[in-house]
Design a binder for this molecule. Structure first.
Ligand code: DGY
Length: 421
């Protein structure tokens, strides 16, 4: 048994707060949405029941609107800012007011495949919840089938250069003085700049002040950007929800409609000037012009065929460790600063799943081996420097441990999360 397997299980155990897992203590002391779904996939390697519990706890925070929040504040912890009061979420549990990439349906389908009989009741209970969540995205964030975000934190790629353009149009007036906690846990040059934080807080205040009224925000927010992570993960998640719904005799028409709409709408994210998928700022109608790791999620969504392959090969041969979160050829690339350059293991897992399904098994396997190597080099860090694999951000990180157990470890016992469509 590779010792790293044991280390990864110990990290999940250490971050387990009873029914949910924190991404890492101190820096992120609450339940994060897509972090928890990855955690479930990690638990599935050795404790399937615990894996289901992780997802069920996440859905216990679902709002009556269908939205599943990006953070659920189960127990107040002063080591994190902004906390529940600043957010003022209006759901059943204290929470943030935005969502995160909807990968749950995809991993729920994969967990179900590991134990179809034993998981029936749990899946049956989750299908309507998934449908409500996906409908929320479609109703409030759909723009002709491309899916928008109302805050960069919603995409997970918090400070990616994609937001530089939209942020330049925001004057963060009315934000009270605040005290960041993240830079007490992690070096400042591996985190977003204050310029970005001012705007993050401005957008949180905008949502808080209107009670997270999506109709109002759609009207007034200066930040409404169609995003590849959201669009591609939701398209993929709808395909998986459709498969589950068919298997359980649940309605499928609405889901089929979403799939068709997003398949067509995702084309809006194609930027012919750079020959790549990127973000589209709905307030200005401009593409952001950044090739990011999210650009390569189109295979995961089953669209775009091989139109990104040349960029994929160029970038992966340009760096020692892939996939950098921002194209190293972009002028704003910063190899250690959070989403402006570093490698994130769980993004690789999603990208490789898509590559594999598109018939690029060699590239998928190379990315898996490269991810295993970066974890051997840098440990279970939050993210890694693409030049040398050195660790950055938080340590003992849940989703890096889960990515190892579920996919990158040589001992992976075919969790095959996510299952191929
Ligand atoms: C943070 O606090 O940096 C998180 O990414 C917000 O979700």
């Amino acid at each position: 048994m590779d010792d790293l397997d044991e280390q990864a299980r110990a990290i999940l155990k250490g971050n387990d707060r009873g029914g949910y897992t924190v991404p890492t203590g101190g820096l992120y002391p609450y339940q994060w949405n897509w972090d928890s779904v990855f955690a479930a996939a990690g638990f599935a390697e050795h404790d399937l029941s615990r894996a289901w519990e992780e997802i069920e706890t996440l859905f216990s925070g679902q709002w009556s609107t269908g939205m599943v929040p990006h953070i659920i504040f189960h127990k107040v912890d002063p080591s994190y800012f902004p906390g529940p009061d600043i957010w003022g979420g209006v759901g059943p549990l204290p929470s943030s007011g935005i969502s995160q990439p909807p990968i749950a349906a995809t991993f729920i389908r994969a967990l179900h495949a590991l134990d179809p009989e034993g998981s029936k009741a749990r899946v049956r209970a989750l299908i309507p919840r998934l449908r409500d969540w996906h409908r929320w995205f479609f109703d409030w964030r759909g723009e002709g089938g491309a899916i928008c975000v109302s805050h960069p934190w919603e995409t997970g790629r918090d400070n990616c250069p994609d937001w530089d353009g939209p942020f330049a149009n925001i004057q963060p007036e009315g934000v009270e003085q605040y005290y960041r906690r993240d830079t007490t846990h992690v070096k400042e040059d591996e985190r977003p700049r204050s310029y970005d934080y001012d705007r993050y807080l401005y957008l949180v205040k905008l949502g808080h002040d209107c009670g997270w009224d999506e109709a109002h925000l759609k009207e007034v927010s200066p930040f409404r950007v169609a995003d590849p992570t959201m669009t591609f993960t939701l398209l993929r998640a709808n395909r998986d929800l459709l498969a589950l719904s068919q298997a359980f005799g649940e309605p499928t028409d609405e889901i089929e409609g979403w799939i068709a709409a997003i398949e067509a709408g995702s084309e809006q994210l194609w930027n012919p000037e750079i020959g790549a998928y990127d973000c589209l700022d709905m307030r200005t109608g401009e593409h952001t012009g950044v090739i990011s790791s999210a650009s390569f999620l189109h295979w995961f969504a089953g669209v775009g065929e091989d139109r990104m392959l040349a960029h994929y090969d160029r970038i992966t041969s340009d760096v020692r460790f892939s996939m950098p979160s921002t194209d190293p050829a972009h002028p704003q690339y910063e190899p250690r600063r959070y989403w402006r350059g570093p490698v994130w293991g769980m993004m690789n897992w999603l990208i490789a799943t898509g590559l594999h399904e598109a018939g690029h098994e060699d590239r998928a396997e190379a990315l898996r081996l490269n991810t295993a190597e970066v974890i051997r080099t840098g440990g279970f860090a939050e993210y890694f420097d693409p030049r040398d694999g050195s660790p950055a951000g938080g340590r003992n990180f849940t989703w890096t441990a889960a990515t190892w157990l579920g996919w990158a470890s040589p001992n992976t016992k075919g969790i095959t999360c996510p299952v191929s469509s």
